[in-house]
Structures are given as structure tokens and as C-alpha cells.
Design a binder for this molecule. Structure first.
Ligand code: HEC
Length: 332
């Protein structure tokens, strides 16, 4: 069929309209979409907190990333039922304006809470679904070697064969001093959603949630020494500790100085409590331990000074306190 000059633009316009406004997702897909929107907005707020200090943009790259995350979240709003999407959309629009106007990071955090609370309440769901069982570290190690080591390096030093030439470079995951403010949930979100505008891929569509949790836990112990000491009964459930930063775990076991001897070993003991249950045989777990031990030794060799876990700024999301301190200062 030959299209007359007048029909083609109309058709194109109709197609464009259709792609701009996808239909709401089927009911069983709505909760995952809502979780993704909330997590993406949370990541945006965490990036923004690194990028804006005392009313000034101190890291332009982070502020741009925050805007990219928010735009991504904004696009997904169309997948929600309209009565849920409308208020969520205005929360995100407000956040985009805040970023454009260099508003205080706290105001963005408040809006993220309003967004997440609204989504959870209107849909009657919980947004952060933590596994009840501690994920398998052995599985985490496998997933890490297959999907992450190429960029982040075999033991998390950011020096994998695919890292050369990447700008920004892959983050160092083995730096015990800098990452006290990051929780396994923060890792899970980052791994699921990736980082817009960088080489960090989104693994949500590539790895099942179980594998993403396993590698999130594995990545969060790469920076820790071998486990040491008792795990109090209040810290034996992953559903509790998975949302806690290393600093929060230390606080909960009554250690105020992260550089005290054995302090990070306590954190490792909490993180890996029951982590070997299920899939892994004792042998596999011992191998993981060996890798982790050598990762720690290497990290220590490469990280003079150390002991700066206490630099976390109180109150804000843990992630920003953790990442803000390491390796990303080249991006302004
Ligand atoms: C193609 C390369 C590549 C692969 C594969 C990759 N990453 Fe990344 N990753 C990056 C880059 C680049 C960054 C830095 C992004 C930035 O500076 O914001 C990053 C950032 C991160 C961060 C956040 C740190 C930060 O500073 O924001 C985490 C956590 C992370 N990656 C974990 C993983 C895990 C776990 C895997 C495997 C499941 C993985 N990455 C796979 C390249 C990669």
C-alpha cells in the first residue's frame, strides 16, 4: 500500500503516542513496578546527597545521575493504575524540580518517603521484600564471578579486565574503610537497577531476585575480614540485618569504634550468620571464605590508614555516607 503524504505523519504520531503512554501493567506486575519506582527514587536521593552539600553542587555527575534516575522512575509511572500513578507522578515531578533548583537533600529524602509510603499504602504492599533466610554466600560468589568480576575485579578492587577505559571506573567494593554506611539492601537495589549513564548494568531482568540477593550479600562482605565473635539473637535474622549498614550493626553490638580490633569481624559474623545454610556444602563455603580472606588482605594492603568507618553522616541514607567517601571524586 502506498501511503499518501498526509497519512504517514498521522500514523507516526499515533505510534509515538502509543509508546509514550504504555498501558498500566497487569495486576500481578504492579507490585514489582512500584518497588522499582520506589528503589529508583531512593537511589536518586542517595546520589543527590553526595552531589549537593550546603546548598552547593559539589559533584555534578552525581546530581545528573539523580536526575536520570528520577526520569527513569517517571517513565515507569505510566505502568501503574492511574489513581496510584497520579500522586506518585507528582512526587517525582516535585523531586525533579528540587534537583533542578539545588534544593536541600533532606527535602528530597522527605519526598521519597512520601512517594514510597503512598505507593505502599495505595497498593497495600510492602516495598522492600527481604528474604527471610540469609542468602547463600556460595551462590553469591558464583554469581559475582560470572557477572561482576569482569568489571569490579576478582576480589572487588575495581580492576577487572573490562574495567579499562570505563568512565566512571567500576567502584571498588573491597574498601573496608569507606563503606560503613551501606547495607545489603542498598547493594540489592543498586544491582537490580544499575546506574544510569554509567557502565553499571541493571540486573533486574537478567538475574532472579534470589541471585541478586546472594550477590548483594557477597558484595557486602567483600570488604570485611573473617567472621569473629558472637552474634546476638536480635541480629540473627536477615530480614532485620539486611537493611542495616555496617555502622548500624556495630552500634547494635555495642562497638563504637569501627577501627577497634575485631570490630569488623563482628560485622562479618552478623552478615554471614546462617549464610551457608541451604545450597552450599561446607567445602564450597570454605572456598568462599578463603576468597574473602584474601580479598580482605588485598584490600588492606591497598588501603593505607583505614578505620574511617565512623565518617558516616548521621540521619541520611546509609549509601551516601558510604560511597561519598571513596573513589568517585574524579567525577565533578
Ligand atoms: C560492565 C561493567 C560492570 C559490570 C558487569 C558490573 N558493574 Fe557494578 N559498576 C560499574 C561501574 C562503572 C560503576 C560505577 C558507577 C558510578 O560511578 O556511579 C559500578 C557501580 C557499582 C556499585 C555502586 C557503587 C557506586 O559507587 O555507586 C555496586 C554496588 C556495584 N557496581 C556492584 C556490582 C555487582 C554486584 C555486579 C554484578 C552483579 C556489577 N556491579 C556488575 C560497572 C560494572
Amino acid at each position: 500500500m502506498i501511503l499518501s503524504a498526509g497519512v504517514l505523519p498521522l500514523l507516526l504520531a499515533a505510534t509515538a503516542l502509543a509508546t509514550q503512554q504504555p498501558a498500566p501493567a497487569p495486576p500481578d506486575r504492579v507490585a514489582p513496578v512500584a518497588r522499582r519506582i520506589a528503589a529508583t527514587a531512593e537511589l536518586a536521593a542517595q546520589e543527590y546527597r553526595i552531589g549537593v552539600v550546603d546548598g552547593r553542587v559539589v559533584a555534578k555527575g552525581e546530581v545528573e545521575e539523580a536526575a536520570l534516575f528520577l526520569q527513569e522512575a517517571r517513565r515507569s509511572i505510566a505502568l501503574l493504575p492511574h489513581d496510584v500513578g497520579r500522586p506518585a507522578g507528582s512526587d517525582i515531578d516535585a523531586m525533579l524540580r528540587m534537583v533542578a533548583n539545588t534544593a536541600p537533600p533532606d527535602s528530597l529524602d522527605a519526598r521519597v518517603r512520601s512517594l514510597s509510603g503512598g505507593l505502599a499504602e495505595r497498593l497495600g504492599i510492602t516495598l522492600d521484600e527481604l528474604p527471610a533466610q540469609t542468602p547463600s554466600l556460595a551462590r553469591g560468589a558464583e554469581v559475582y564471578q560470572a557477572n561482576c568480576a569482569g568489571c569490579h575485579g576478582a576480589v572487588g578492587r575495581g580492576d577487572g579486565p573490562e574495567a579499562a577505559g570505563l568512565d566512571p571506573p567500576p567502584a571498588t567494593l573491597a574498601d573496608g574503610a569507606a563503606l560503613g554506611g551501606v547495607s545489603p539492601l542498598d547493594y540489592f537495589r543498586r544491582i537490580s537497577i544499575g546506574t544510569a549513564g554509567t557502565a553499571m548494568p541493571a540486573f533486574e531482568g537478567r538475574l532472579p531476585a534470589e541471585d541478586r540477593w546472594a550477590v548483594a550479600l557477597y558484595a557486602s562482605v567483600l570488604r570485611l575480614p573473617a567472621p569473629r565473635g558472637e552474634v546476638p539473637s536480635s541480629l540473627r535474622s536477615f530480614a532485620t540485618t539486611g537493611t542495616m549498614t555496617d555502622d548500624a550493626v556495630l552500634h547494635a553490638v555495642g562497638v563504637s569504634d569501627p577501627s577497634a580490633p575485631g570490630a569488623l569481624g563482628r560485622v562479618a559474623a552478623v552478615r554471614t550468620f546462617h549464610a551457608e545454610a541451604g545450597a552450599a556444602s561446607a567445602e564450597v563455603f570454605a572456598e568462599v571464605r578463603r576468597q574473602l580472606d584474601s580479598a580482605f588482605v588485598l584490600a588492606r594492603v591497598g588501603a593505607p590508614g583505614g578505620g574511617a568507618c565512623g565518617t558516616r553522616r548521621g540521619g541520611g541514607p546509609g549509601w551516601a555516607g558510604g560511597w561519598g567517601a571513596h573513589g568517585r571524586s574524579t567525577r565533578t
